[in-house]
Design a protein around this ligand. Structure first.
Ligand code: MN
Length: 235
């Protein structure tokens, strides 16, 4: 049996005027899970009280990118540059993160996935990097533009990247502000923006601010998804 990877769905309003909210996952996430030997299963945004039952059906969780997390969930007023928020998705994913942390279920968070992980565990977010991080470089660029990151020596990420520096894409206007207790920083951009975090324990809890799924030829992407799947098989 292949490891079953629950991929938490993103949401989308009003596609082509159909006036109905949709749940979806960009295909590259599914492709990378399959390449690493996993069986992707989509988890719909639904009642937070169903999280435990969903977790009984999968071996690991992948949190994908998407809209901003509602700042009310980390006790902050809305910044004027805040993007759209979706409270139902936030609440489902926050419940999911708390459950995977409790159950030590291997989890990889990508972009918003890292951010929601931080909020669920008690941290806060920068709502708009250009307005709130003095001297910030460009993070909200096109998906094929890259910037370097410094990987923290001794971190799990350092082990799997195998280098102190790597190039990653950057497609985010938010970032971690106050780091949640229970997470440690494993990479930063040159301007100090947190680009990766992880749980310090033996369980696989990793968040990356970039989009590895959109860099299929990257050695870092391959290593990250391989390590994720290895952690599932080792459990
Ligand atoms: Mn970035």
């Amino acid at each position: 049996m292949k490891p079953r990877i629950g991929v938490a769905c993103s949401t989308m309003d009003e596609v082509e005027g159909r006036g109905v909210r949709r749940l979806h996952v960009p295909e590259p996430y599914v492709a990378r899970v399959e390449e690493a030997g996993g069986l992707p299963l989509l988890l719909p945004v639904s009642s937070p009280s169903s999280v435990a039952e969903y977790l009984s059906l999968v071996d690991a969780v992948l949190l994908v990118g998407g809209d901003d997390v509602d700042p009310a969930l980390y006790g902050a007023p809305r910044h004027p540059e805040l993007g759209p928020v979706d409270r139902r998705r936030d609440e489902f994913e926050i419940a999911l993160v708390r459950a995977v942390v409790r159950g030590q279920v291997p989890t990889l968070g990508v972009c918003r996935g890292l951010q929601v992980m931080n909020v669920a565990m008690g941290g806060t977010l920068v709502q708009h990097i250009p307005a709130e991080v003095p001297g910030a470089q460009v993070h909200g660029g096109l998906m094929d533009e890259v910037h370097p990151i410094d990987v923290v020596p001794g971190s799990r990420l350092a082990t799997l990247v195998g280098a102190a520096r790597a190039d990653v894409n950057s497609h985010h206007h938010q970032a971690i502000a106050r780091l949640a207790p229970g997470l440690v920083v494993s990479a930063r951009a040159d301007d100090g923006v947190i680009e990766a975090v992880e749980g310090p324990g033996p369980g696989f809890l990793v968040g990356v601010q970039w989009h590895p799924e959109r860099m299929p030829a990257s050695r870092v992407t391959a290593a990250l998804f391989r390590a994720f799947l290895d952690a599932v098989r080792a459990r």
